[in-house]
Design a protein around this ligand. Structure first.
Ligand code: ATP
Ligand code: MG
Length: 577
C-alpha cells in the first residue's frame, strides 16, 4: 500500500557521527587530491592497492586488529589480523614471483570465499599482476573464455574447483603457464616455505590492477580494466557512502567474483582498517540474520536480490533476531524497490540505503548517505568528487537536460580515479562510452528538484508503449506492493498497434497460489496505481525469475523466451554449473 514519500533523518539520533554530515557542503569542498591524502603511498613512491589495504596497517598500530573474520560453511569462525594477512599475502607474492609472475601479468583467482582467495588476490597485486577474481560457480566454459580474453598466466584455485571447473578446459587456455591448487600438498609446502616478507612491486596510479567482468545482464559480459589509483575512490566512498569508522564490523555480501565483492569486500574495508566479515556459505535467511546478530555487524552492504529473498522468507524469521549494533545498511546492483526500503525499517530497524554504480565506474557514484533523508525508490545524490548529469544523445553532440523530473541517460564527468580504463579487446566499444568528456552509462534516470536521482531503467529495457516511455522498475515496484508478490520482472512485448505492451512476470511469496483471481487482482492493483497506459496488460506467474549469478533479473531472457528468440550469452545465468 502507498507509503510516505520520504524518511526523515534525525541528526540527534546518530550513535556514531556520520562521516558526511552534509553531502552538498562536502561536494563543494571536495577534491580527489584531498582524498588521496588519506592514502599512504609506497615507501619511496608509487601506489599499490595491497599496500594501502594491508601493509600500511600491518606496519602500524592496527597490526593486530582483525582484518577478516572468516565464517567457514561449517565450523568455527577464524580471525585473521592485518599482520597475518600481510604475511600470508607476501607468501603468495613470493610463490607467484617464483612462478615467473611479473608486473602486468594476468593472474586469475577461482577459489570461493576462503582466506586463500584474499591472500592470493592481495599477493598478486603486490607482484604488480593484473588480478581477475572469478566467481566460483562459473562452469569450465565461461572460465575459459575469461582466462583467454585476459591472457591469464596463472590460475589460483582449489583441488575441488580444479576437478570440477578447470581440468576439462585446461588444455584450451594457451596462455596459462601454471594452475596453483592452494590446498594440494605441494603448493601448501611451497607457501609454508615462502618468505614472509616481500618488497611490493613499484606500481603507479595508472598501472592496471584488476580485470573485472560485468554481470552479463544485457548481453555478453565485458572485461573492464581498473588501475591501482582506483583505491582513492574506494577509500573515499568507503568513508562517505558506507560511513566506515575504525571500530566497524563490516559485511559486504557480494562475492569477489563480481566487482562489488572486490571493491567493497576487499579493498575499501581493508583500506579503512576495519574488520570485514567473509561468509563462505551461500545465502540462507536464518544464517544471514544470525551473522548480523552474532557477529555484531555494524555496517551491512548487500543487494536487492538478497533483500527480496529475506522478504520472501517471511517476517517470523526476522523477528527471532535482534540487531542492536547495526547502524547502516546499503544496497547495490539493481534498483531497490521502495517496498524493500520499508522492509528494512521494519525488519532491521533501519531503512536500506540504495546506491548506484557499475563495473565500469569501479566504485559507488550515487548514494543515499547516512545523514540524508531517504526517498524510497531513489538512488540518492552524487557523492563528493562525482559530477552527474542527465543527457540526450543527439546527432551533433550531447544535449544536457536541465528541467527536473525529465528522463535521460545518466552521464558522469570522466576522470574519477576508479573509472575503467578499457574494455579488454573492445577498444571501439570503450571509445563509444565517452562523449565530450562525459562517460555515458547506458542507464536512464531522472533527477528531482532536490537533486535526488531516480532510476528509470536500462536503456535496453525501457518500454515504448503508445508514445509513453515506461521504465520496468516503476511497474515492478508497484506489483511488489501487493502482499502476494515476491518478485516481478517487466518487459515490453512488440505490438502492432501501440509499439510495445507491458508484460509482467511475477513470482509469489510462500503461501500464495497463482490463479485467475490473483491475476485479476494484480492487474487491477497496477492499473489503479499506475494508470491504464503504464500498467501491465499481461501478467504471467513463474516459480522464479531468471537471474544472473550476481542476482539480477535478466529481462532480456524473459523477453527472448517470450518471443521465441535466441537466448544469447547465458554464461552468467544462475543455475547449476
Ligand atoms: P552487463 O553490463 O554485462 O549487461 P550489468 O550492467 O548488470 O551487466 P554490472 O556492472 O554488474 O553489470 O551492473 C551495473 C548495472 O546494474 C547498472 O548499469 C544498473 O543498470 C544496475 N544497477 C546497479 N545498481 C543499481 C541501483 N542502485 N539502481 C538501479 N540500477 C542499478
Ligand atoms: Mg552494464
Amino acid at each position: 500500500m502507498p507509503r510516505p514519500p520520504i524518511i526523515r533523518k534525525d541528526p540527534g539520533a546518530f550513535v556514531v557521527a556520520p562521516n558526511l554530515p552534509d553531502t552538498d557542503a562536502a561536494r563543494a569542498a571536495f577534491s580527489w587530491d584531498s582524498a588521496r591524502a588519506g592514502l599512504q603511498g609506497l615507501p619511496g613512491g608509487g601506489l599499490n592497492i595491497a599496500h594501502e589495504a594491508v601493509d600500511r596497517h600491518a606496519n602500524g598500530p592496527r597490526a593486530n586488529h582483525v582484518a577478516l573474520r572468516w565464517l567457514p560453511a561449517s565450523g568455527a569462525a577464524r580471525d585473521i589480523t592485518y599482520a597475518q594477512l600481510s604475511r600470508e599475502s607476501n607468501r603468495y607474492a613470493n610463490v607467484l614471483r617464483g612462478l615467473g609472475v611479473v608486473k602486468g601479468d594476468a593472474v586469475y583467482v577461482l577459489c570461493g570465499r576462503i582466506p586463500a582467495l584474499y591472500a592470493a588476490v592481495l599477493g598478486a597485486l603486490k607482484c604488480g599482476a593484473v588480478v581477475s577474481p572469478m566467481f566460483s560457480a562459473f562452469g569450465p566454459e565461461p572460465l575459459k573464455t575469461r582466462v583467454n580474453l585476459g591472457a591469464g598466466k596463472v590460475l589460483v584455485t582449489t583441488e575441488a574447483l580444479y576437478a570440477r571447473r578447470v581440468r576439462k578446459v585446461e588444455g584450451e587456455m594457451p596462455t596459462l603457464r601454471h594452475v596453483l591448487r592452494v590446498d594440494d600438498p605441494g603448493t601448501r609446502g611451497m607457501l609454508e616455505g615462502a618468505p614472509e616478507r616481500f618488497a611490493v612491486e613499484r606500481t603507479g596510479a595508472e598501472d592496471p590492477a584488476f580485470l573485472h567482468f560485468t554481470s552479463g545482464t544485457t548481453g555478453m559480459p565485458k572485461g573492464a580494466v581498473h588501475v591501482h589509483g582506483a583505491v582513492a575512490a574506494h577509500y573515499a566512498t568507503g568513508r562517505f557512502a558506507l560511513d566506515l569508522h575504525p571500530e566497524d564490523v563490516f559485511w559486504c555480501t557480494a562475492d569477489p567474483g563480481w566487482i562489488t565483492g572486490t571493491s567493497y569486500g576487499i579493498v575499501a574495508p581493508l583500506a579503512h582498517g576495519v574488520t570485514s566479515l567473509v561468509d563462505e556459505a551461500e545465502f540462507d535467511a536464518e544464517r544471514w540474520y544470525r551473522n548480523l546478530q552474532e557477529q555484531g555487524v555494524t555496517v551491512w552492504y548487500t543487494a536487492p536480490t538478497a533483500i527480496r529473498l529475506l522478504m520472501k522468507s517471511g517476517a517470523e524469521v526476522a523477528r527471532r533476531y535482534r540487531f542492536p549494533q547495526l547502524r547502516f545498511v546499503a544496497s547495490v546492483g539493481e534498483p531497490l524497490n521502495p517496498e524493500a526500503v520499508w522492509w528494512g525499517k521494519e525488519a532491521l530497524g533501519l531503512p536500506i540505503h540504495d546506491n548506484w554504480w557499475q563495473t565500469e565506474t569501479g566504485g559507488i557514484m550515487i548514494a543515499n548517505t547516512p545523514a540524508m533523508d531517504v526517498k524510497p525508490g531513489s538512488m540518492g545524490k552524487p557523492l563528493p568528487g562525482i559530477e552527474a548529469r542527465i543527457v540526450h544523445r543527439r546527432e551533433g553532440g550531447l544535449a544536457f537536460v536541465e528541467a527536473p523530473d525529465t528522463e535521460g541517460e545518466l552521464a558522469l564527468r570522466a576522470g574519477w580515479p576508479s573509472m575503467f580504463r578499457a574494455y579488454l579487446g573492445q577498444e571501439e566499444r570503450y571509445r563509444k562510452c565517452f562523449a565530450e568528456g562525459w562517460y555515458l552509462s547506458g542507464d536512464l534516470v531522472r533527477r528531482d528538484a532536490e537533486g535526488y536521482f531516480w532510476f528509470v531503467g536500462r536503456a535496453d529495457d525501457v518500454i515504448k508503449s503508445a508514445g509513453h516511455l515506461i521504465g520496468p522498475f516503476e511497474v515492478e515496484s508497484v506489483l511488489m506492493e501487493h502482499p502476494a508478490v515476491a518478485e516481478a520482472g517487466v518487459i515490453g512485448k512488440p505490438d502492432p498497434v501501440v509499439g510495445e505492451v507491458v508484460k509482467a512476470f511475477v513470482s509469489l511469496k510462500a503461501g500464495h497460489q497463482p490463479g485467475e483471481d490473483l491475476r485479476l487482482q494484480l492487474l487491477a492493483h497496477a492499473r489503479k496505481r499506475l494508470g491504464a497506459a503504464v500498467a501491465p496488460k499481461e501478467i504471467a506467474f513463474a516459480d522464479s525469475l531468471p537471474r544472473t549469478r550476481s542476482g539480477k533479473i535478466m529481462r532480456r531472457l524473459l523477453k527472448a523466451r517470450e518471443l521465441g528468440l535466441p537466448e544469447g550469452d547465458l554464461s552468467t545465468l544462475e543455475g547449476p554449473a
